[in-house]
Design a protein around this ligand. Structure first.
Ligand code: B12
Ligand code: SF4
Length: 552
């Protein structure tokens, strides 16, 4: 609390250049639940801090997954930027109303505000909404606000990757996060029916110049963050199949483009491999298992874990979500095992509630998850997320007769308070929502029983790592399963308390000694945006061990 007060004071006393009114900029990541410690840094907060023009001073960053905003910190004339995705939009609107009542300018952004730009005005007391990428539009909105000509809407669009703002990791509060997050690519060429990424971020992968990625990674590691997630939608944007098809279609232009993207990924991984004492985690499609060269490069780059969207274990289920590039049955087990054989541990993501699911799907999924040697798993209930094909279809089916809770149609379920929100939105042909919920909870229980976790933890090299594995498994389960699926508020509160309690030892296990001696070489600084394709690693990272060289 004391540290927070000092931080706020420091930020408020930082004055703007003469002639400009000194206002504070606040960026708020809304959350209903606060745990004191969070697993992954909400990247957008630090990126928008990086996108905030210097003349406005350092923004005051509030991540409500740590602690909720103190309204007293907002003064009349301040600007409050709120980033929302669908599931935290309701709290975001509450924060917007609080900020406006304090006399602040309220600007919304993020995936949900981009999809529903009117909602923040209707419910969140917004003055303005930024749609799409905020890296440049945020600075424009701030300047317009200072010039008293703030527009109601800004179109951030999809920026080319060399215009992505870098995160301001110097503003990262020490000791609150277990994992940092660095994005290397936006966009995904696939088109899964339950996912909005390919529609909002586009199907053309936008790869950041590797030098700017490495600079962020080094900065985080220097500050003592050893574990980092590469927050890409899909770390394998070009598959061997894509290359083969381009060759077969005799399309040299496409082939050259795909080969360039692939080479840029290898270049990045060669550079990541030079960073000492780090562990990365990413999200990847299952197709990567067909590509041993790629998996080997991942291992060398210290990418030791990846979320793989398995979604369904049957061919019919995969077809239902437009993901028939995935495998099913024994082939699926083999594919998932391949990652592990190359030293990449898997967090398998499974969806329950597909129309093709039957009561025996739950047990089959649980057995497959155990058989495939995956380290972690999440079992999510099919939720139609705005911007997806599933949502469009479902909304159309519901028409004007959608069931309502407190007068709110379920097709706007994110506006229903969490404790009253139906757990299963899309009706299933043979199972009731409660049936689906109980069976899903049962699979979480079985996969995360202490006995199963302990057995899986044997993949770790030593006792400390094994303990970390156990704690993280339990934390993951508490944060995502119990709070997400539980219906009654007592269970949610208990799960939150548990998560808070486990988060403390977990965090200690993830802490690492800072490495101030890490530097980026001159060549790295000089080659900022250029990506020399086909070249070997230029070795941007230098570890300067000499006591004589002061930390920069
Ligand atoms: C990494 C990631 C995670 C990680 C880390 C989350 C974290 N702490 O940051 C993990 C795995 C934990 C996670 C969890 C979840 N995630 Co997630 N996640 C992502 C992913 C792949 C990248 C997010 C990221 O860091 N992007 C980099 C930043 C810089 O980009 P950005 O957030 O889009 O911000 C830019 C703009 O939107 C804009 N902007 C954002 N905020 C603001 C605010 C203002 C004021 C302005 C001006 C602009 C602005 O400017 C930014 C810079 O251009 C996205 C996919 C995606 N492409 O965004 C999904 C995504 C955001 N996740 C999604 C979902 C659904 C979830 C979960 C609900 C899944 C679940 N069932 O549990 C949970 C929710 C957890 C939570 N409470 O936040 C959905 C959200 C869809 C929606 N309609 O809301 C996405 C879009 C993926 C998808 N499949 O559709 N996620
Ligand atoms: S689920 Fe994954 S593979 Fe499918 S479109 Fe979304 S990001 Fe791409």
């Amino acid at each position: 609390m004391f540290h927070r007060a000092v931080r706020v004071l420091l930020q408020q006393t930082r004055t703007a250049p003469e002639g400009e009114k000194s206002v504070s900029i606040h960026l708020v990541n809304p959350s209903e639940s606060s745990f004191g410690i969070a697993v992954i840094t909400p990247r957008w907060l630090f990126v928008l801090a990086g996108a905030t023009p210097q003349r406005f001073g350092d923004p005051h960053l509030v991540d409500e997954t740590l602690e909720q905003i103190d309204p007293e910190t907002i003064q009349p004339g301040d600007v409050v930027g709120i980033g929302i995705h669908t599931l935290n939009a309701l709290r975001g609107y509450e924060v917007g109303r609080i900020a406006r009542a304090r006399g602040a300018w309220v600007i919304f952004g993020g995936v949900h505000a981009s999809l529903y730009p009117n909602e923040p005005f209707e419910l969140g007391a917004a003055h303005s909404v930024v749609r799409g990428d905020g890296d440049i539009a945020w600075g424009q909105a701030l300047q317009d606000c200072a010039d008293h000509r703030l527009k109601p809407q800004y179109e951030g669009g999809r920026l080319p990757a060399d215009q992505f703002a870098s995160a301001r990791w110097d503003l990262l509060p020490r000791g609150n996060y277990m994992w940092g997050s660095v994005q290397t690519t936006r966009g995904c060429p696939k088109h899964c029916s339950f996912c909005s990424v390919w529609r909002t971020d586009g199907q053309k992968p936008r790869l950041r110049p590797y030098a700017s990625v490495i600079r962020e990674v080094v900065e985080l590691r220097r500050g003592g963050i050893r574990f980092m997630t590469l927050a890409d939608d899909n770390f394998y944007p070009v598959s061997l199949r894509d290359l083969r098809l381009a060759r077969e279609q005799n399309n040299p232009e496409r082939l050259a483009n795909l080969e360039r993207i692939r080479e840029e990924k290898f270049q990045l991984m060669r550079e990541l491999a030079t960073v000492p004492d780090v562990v990365f985690f990413t999200q990847i499609t299952m197709e990567a298992a067909e590509d041993p060269e790629y998996l080997e490069a991942m291992r060398k780059a210290h990418i030791l874990g990846a979320l793989v969207g398995v979604e369904a274990v049957t061919a019919e289920g995969l077809k239902a979500v437009f993901k028939d590039f995935n495998l099913s049955g024994d082939n699926l087990v083999q594919r998932l095992k391949t990652f592990r054989q190359h030293g990449v541990h898997i967090l398998g993501s499974f969806i329950f509630g597909l129309p093709t699911d039957r009561p025996d799907t739950f047990r089959a999924t649980q057995e497959l998850a155990q058989k495939a040697d995956i380290a972690f798993a999440q079992f999510v209930m099919l939720t139609p997320l705005p911007g997806t094909i599933d949502f469009q279809r479902w909304e159309k089916e519901q028409g004007d007769d959608a069931p309502r809770v407190n007068g709110i149609p379920v097709t706007r379920y994110w506006l229903i308070p969490a404790h009253q929100r139906p757990k299963m939105m899309m009706p299933h042909p043979s199972m009731t929502p409660e049936d689906l919920r109980i069976r899903t909870q049962g699979v979480w229980d079985a996969f995360y029983s202490l006995r199963s976790i302990w057995k899986r933890s044997s993949v770790t090299p030593h006792l400390r790592a094994r303990l970390a594995f156990v704690f993280v498994s339990k934390l993951y389960r508490q944060m995502y399963a119990n709070t997400g699926i539980a219906t009654d508020s007592a269970r949610r509160t208990k799960a939150n308390r548990w998560a808070r309690w486990i988060a403390v030892p977990c965090h200690r296990l993830f802490q690492a000694k800072p490495m101030p001696e890490l530097r980026i070489s001159e060549s790295g600084t000089a080659s900022q945006c250029a990506v020399p394709t086909g070249s070997q690693s230029t070795g941007l990272v230098e570890e300067i061990r000499s006591a004589a060289s002061p930390a920069a």
